[in-house]
Design a protein around this ligand. Structure first.
Ligand SMILES: Cc1cc2nc3c(=O)[nH]c(=O)nc-3n(C[C@H](O)[C@H](O)[C@H](O)COP(=O)(O)OP(=O)(O)OC[C@H]3O[C@@H](n4cnc5c(N)ncnc54)[C@H](O)[C@@H]3O)c2cc1C
Length: 377
C-alpha cells in the first residue's frame, strides 16, 4: 500500500491551497453578507483547470480524475465551503455527459464546460422527497422532434447561475419510466424559480428550477430513454457524494486548525486552555476523525479513478466525513466558548456550513441504507 500522493497531486494540492488563500479568502466576507455567488471567480477557476479536473484533455479538461478533484475541493472548502460546494456541483453536472453522453454531445458540451465558459448542474430533487427519486413528478412527453417537460425541481445548487441542467423526468407510468434530459437555460419554458436562504454556505446559490412546457430537442436525451435513474443516480452516488465528503474534509480541517490555534492563545487559570485535558480530547478526536475521513474519501476516489465499483465506499466516505465535520465544527464552537457564537470568529460559519453537508447528495440515513443493503444483500 502506498499512502503518499504523487508529486503531481501534491503540486495540485499546493496550488489549490494558494488559490484558496489568495483568490477565495478575500471574497468570503462579501459572500457571507450578500449571499451571492462570486461569478467573477469563474474565469480563474477555468484557467486553473478546476472546472475540468475530471474532463479528458481532448475535451480541454485536465483529465486528472477524482482524487485530484477531492484534493482541490478540500483545499477550497478549508477557506470557503460555499465555493467548494458550487464547484463540486459543477463537476456533478458534467459527470452524466462524461459517463453517458454520445460522442456528439461530449464534443459539443464538454470543452466549454471545462473552460468555464458554461456551467452545469444536476436537477433531480423535487418537493415530494429527494430520498425517493422514483416519486419524480416532472413529466416529459414526446411531440415530434421534441420533448415537452413540465415540473418543478427544488434545492438545486447553481440553479440561477448554471447554463446546462441534467434533469430527471418521468416518461412513463406503467411501469414507471424515467429519462434524463440535457436542458439549456435558454430553452423556451425554462426558468429558475425562487432562491433559497440557507443557514450556511452563503454565496453558494441554491434554488428552484421551473419547467413550464419546456421544449427540449430529441437529441438532448442523455443516455437511453428509460435510463434516467441510472444516468442521474450514478453521478450523484459517485461524484456528488465524494464531492460532499471532500467539502467536509475542508470544513473539519479548518475547524481543527481554528480550535487548536485558539486553545494555545486562550488563557484560563493562568495557562493556555490547550493544557486542559478536556480541550485536548476534543482536538484529538477531531484529528482522528479528519484522518479517518480522508482515508475513506481518498480511497473511494482512487477506486473511481481505477474504474472500479465504488458506490458503497462513496456512501461510507460521505456518511463518515460529513458527520465528522458536523461534530468537529460543533466542538470547535465549544472550544471558543462564548466567542464561538460571535460572527467575528469563523467557527460559527464552519458549523452552519457543516449542517448543509448532511442532506446534499443524499442524507446520512440514505448512506446507511446503501451500506446496509450491500452488507445484507
Ligand atoms: C445545500 C443543498 C444542496 C442541494 N443540491 C442539490 C442539487 O444540486 N440537485 C438536486 O437534485 N438536489 C439537491 N439537493 C437536494 C438533496 O439531494 C435532498 O435534500 C436530499 O436528497 C434529501 O431529500 P429531502 O430534503 O426531500 O428529504 P426527504 O427525502 O423528505 O427525507 C426526510 C427524512 O427522511 C429520512 N429518510 C428518507 N428515506 C429514509 C429511509 N429509507 N430510511 C430512513 N430514513 C429515511 C431522511 O434521511 C430525512 O431525515 C440539495 C440539498 C441541499 C440541502
Amino acid at each position: 500500500m502506498d499512502f503518499g500522493l504523487s508529486q503531481e497531486l501534491e503540486m495540485l494540492r499546493q496550488s489549490a491551497r494558494e488559490f484558496a488563500a489568495t483568490r477565495v479568502a478575500p471574497l468570503v466576507e462579501r459572500m457571507e453578507e450578500d449571499g451571492k455567488f462570486p461569478l467573477e471567480l469563474i474565469p480563474a477557476l477555468g484557467e486553473e483547470g478546476y472546472l475540468g479536473l475530471t474532463v479528458p484533455q481532448n475535451y480541454d479538461g485536465l483529465g486528472m480524475g477524482y482524487l485530484a478533484r477531492a484534493l482541490v475541493l478540500e483545499e477550497i472548502a478549508r477557506v470557503s465551503c460555499a465555493l467548494a460546494m458550487a464547484l463540486q456541483v459543477f463537476h456533478l453536472g458534467i459527470e452524466p455527459v462524461l459517463a453517458y453522453g454520445s460522442e456528439e454531445q461530449k464534443a459539443a458540451l464538454l470543452p466549454p464546460l471545462a473552460r468555464g465558459e458554461r456551467l452545469a448542474t444536476a436537477a433531480v430533487t423535487e418537493s415530494g422527497g429527494g430520498s425517493d427519486p422514483t416519486a419524480t413528478q416532472t413529466r416529459a412527453r414526446r411531440e415530434g422532434d421534441e420533448w415537452v417537460l413540465d415540473g418543478r425541481k427544488v434545492f438545486i445548487t447553481n440553479s440561477h447561475v448554471a447554463d446546462l441542467f441534467t434533469v430527471l423526468a418521468r416518461t412513463g407510468d406503467d411501469p414507471p419510466r424515467f429519462t434524463a434530459f440535457l436542458v439549456e437555460k435558454d430553452f423556451p419554458g425554462f426558468r429558475p424559480g425562487r432562491e433559497e436562504h440557507k443557514v450556511g454556505m452563503k454565496g453558494c446559490n441554491t434554488g428552484e428550477v421551473i419547467l413550464d412546457g419546456c421544449r427540449v430537442p430529441a437529441d438532448h436525451v442523455l443516455g437511453k430513454e428509460g435510463d434516467g435513474l441510472k444516468v442521474t443516480l450514478s453521478a450523484i452516488s459517485e461524484v456528488g457524494r465524494s464531492g460532499m465528503a471532500a467539502c467536509a474534509l475542508g470544513v473539519l480541517g479548518a475547524a481543527l486548525e481554528a480550535a487548536t490555534e485558539y486553545s494555545r492563545k486562550r488563557v484560563l487559570y493562568g495557562q493556555p486552555i490547550a493544557r486542559l485535558e478536556g480541550i485536548q480530547w476534543k482536538l484529538a478526536q477531531m484529528s482522528c476523525d479528519l484522518e479517518a475521513a480522508r482515508l475513506l474519501t481518498y480511497r473511494a476516489c482512487w477506486l473511481k479513478d481505477q474504474g472500479k465499483r465504488c458506490d458503497v465506499e462513496m456512501a461510507q466516505a460521505k456518511l463518515f466525513a460529513t458527520e465528522a465535520a458536523i461534530r468537529g465544527a460543533k466542538e470547535a464552537v465549544d472550544v471558543f466558548g462564548g466567542y464561538g457564537c460571535m460572527m467575528e470568529y469563523p467557527v460559527q460559519r464552519y458549523y452552519r456550513d457543516a449542517i448543509l453537508l448532511g442532506p446534499s447528495a443524499g442524507t446520512s440515513d440514505i448512506m446507511r441504507v446503501v451500506i446496509a443493503r450491500a452488507l445484507t444483500r
